[in-house]
Design a protein around this ligand. Sequence first.
Ligand SMILES: C[S@@+](CC[C@H](N)C(=O)[O-])C[C@H]1O[C@@H](n2cnc3c(N)ncnc32)[C@H](O)[C@@H]1O
Length: 134
Amino acid sequence: MEALRQRLGHKKSKNINWIVDDLCNSQKLHLLDQVDLWHDRAVLHFFLKPGEQDAYFKLLKHLVKENGYVIIAAFNYNGALKCSGLPVHRYKQEMLEDKLGQEFLIKRSFNYTYTNPTGDTREYIYTLFQRDAD
Ligand SMILES: C[S@@+](CC[C@H](N)C(=O)[O-])C[C@H]1O[C@@H](n2cnc3c(N)ncnc32)[C@H](O)[C@@H]1O
């Protein structure tokens, strides 16, 4: 986070609300106003326990506005078993649809091969959902 702050510089970084919290046991995030966009790349797949996943999606549903969007990029169901040396829970579109429930409509989904700085590749699934207005 500090590296990102430095990269952005003072002028841009001072407009950002930087929050350190546990997505599976939120102490701060759940107190925020609702948001237009939830964007997660390479975080959800670290949550292996059903209780952690449930807490993550409960927080997401609490925070995303009606008509708001959700982008989730996670290790693909057919992809690698580990990320940064840690075991991951891999996803396909249907699993994310199931977790989000009917009020989140899938708008787009695609597979993506990420090449990391060492040249290794990792298979991701990218998904975009929009929340119903009900
Ligand atoms: C592979 S990195 C992805 C970082 C960034 N999203 C990206 O795409 O470059 C995984 C991130 O998940 C964060 N993370 C892991 N468990 C977490 C938790 N329980 N709550 C919040 N963040 C968590 C780690 O701190 C780390 O920054």
